[in-house]
Design a protein around this ligand. Structure first.
Ligand code: NAP
Length: 274
């Protein structure tokens, strides 16, 4: 895809792989909407991009552990932009970010489920009118190979919480949503795919987890850019990629009844069903 003049929103682009992707998209001529919580980190990235002679990205600050903040982010983007060609839902927290205890979001939802999945679910839905008006357009959900089936009797993990399970169920939820939304968007010109960018990239979340990195940010970043801009994936939708390769997700992603339960729950939790 020629990115000249295209508008791309990358959540979680003040750090890690999202930062790499945002800089590459700006270098390719896109108008990049960067997002994160930290204005200083955004400023440093914007200066770096400008110094390299590319258009200055526009920063949106939002803490995605609050659904109201996610909603506000979408509303601002809708108000300020006439098109959105690519939405990369990348912001996330790792299995051990903020410690090993179970935590909840501003809305009282299990934190990893809220930040990694629910906020992206809400953003994608609210941004859909703009994505549809800009078709052909793409949504890329940055998920993971770390996937754990959701127990619909305890999605908020009030019993037997572990950060690894919380992270992995939030990542599978993103993939289930991807498969589901792709069906809904058939014929709209908007595609949606999910991926595992790379294993243990050298990023903050991996370092916070006390894990020794085994992949580079560039490896994962290129896999995200492939889904966001690659000509060979144009028109493809509802797929899960492991890096550059199309792959299979956990079986729950292909369980229609489970996806329906997740969709119903997510619409309720985000207030979209009202
Ligand atoms: N690293 C890996 O090996 C790996 C493997 C598989 C999948 N992934 C996925 O790749 C994505 C990016 O991860 P990364 O490794 O690049 O992590 P990272 O370096 O820790 O960056 C995470 C990004 O998400 C943002 N973020 C975190 N919590 C947020 C919140 N509550 N509200 C808004 N933004 C928030 C951060 O913003 P601040 O700058 O404000 O903190 C930052 O920009 C994640 O979805 C992750 O699950 C990573």
């Amino acid at each position: 895809m020629n990115m000249d003049g295209k508008t791309v929103l990358v959540t979680g682009s003040t750090d890690g792989v999202g930062r790499y992707v945002a800089a590459k998209l700006a270098a390719a001529g896109a108008r990049v909407l960067i997002h994160g919580r930290d204005r200083e980190r955004a400023r440093t990235l914007a200066d770096e991009i400008k110094r390299q002679g590319h258009s200055e990205p526009i920063f949106y600050q939002a803490d995605l552990s609050s659904l109201a903040a996610a909603r506000q982010l979408a509303e601002t983007v809708l108000a300020e932009h006439k098109r959105l060609d690519v939405f990369i839902s990348n912001a996330g927290i790792g299995s051990r970010s903020l410690g090993t205890e179970r935590r909840t979001s501003a809305d009282g939802h299990e934190l990893r489920f809220a930040v990694n999945y629910l906020s992206g679910f809400l953003l994608a839905h609210l941004l859909l009118p703009l994505l549809k008006a800009s078709a052909p357009s793409r949504i890329v959900n940055v998920a993971s190979l770390g996937q754990h089936p959701l127990d619909f009797d305890d999605v908020m993990l009030t019993k037997g919480y572990t950060g690894t399970r919380a992270y992995a169920q939030s990542k599978l939820a993103q993939i289930m949503f991807t498969v589901d939304l792709a069906r809904e968007l058939e014929g709209s010109g908007v595609t949606v795919n999910a991926l595992h960018p790379a294993t243990y990239m050298n990023t903050t979340m991996v370092r916070e987890g006390g894990i020794t990195p085994i992949s580079t940010v560039e490896q994962g970043g290129e896999a995200i850019l492939h889904l966001a801009t690659g000509d060979d994936v144009a028109g493809k939708s509802g797929l899960f990629f492991n890096g550059m390769q199309q792959s299979q997700a956990n079986p729950q992603a292909y369980d229609e009844a489970a996806r329906k339960r997740l969709r119903t729950l997510s619409l309720e939790l985000t207030g979209l069903s009202a």
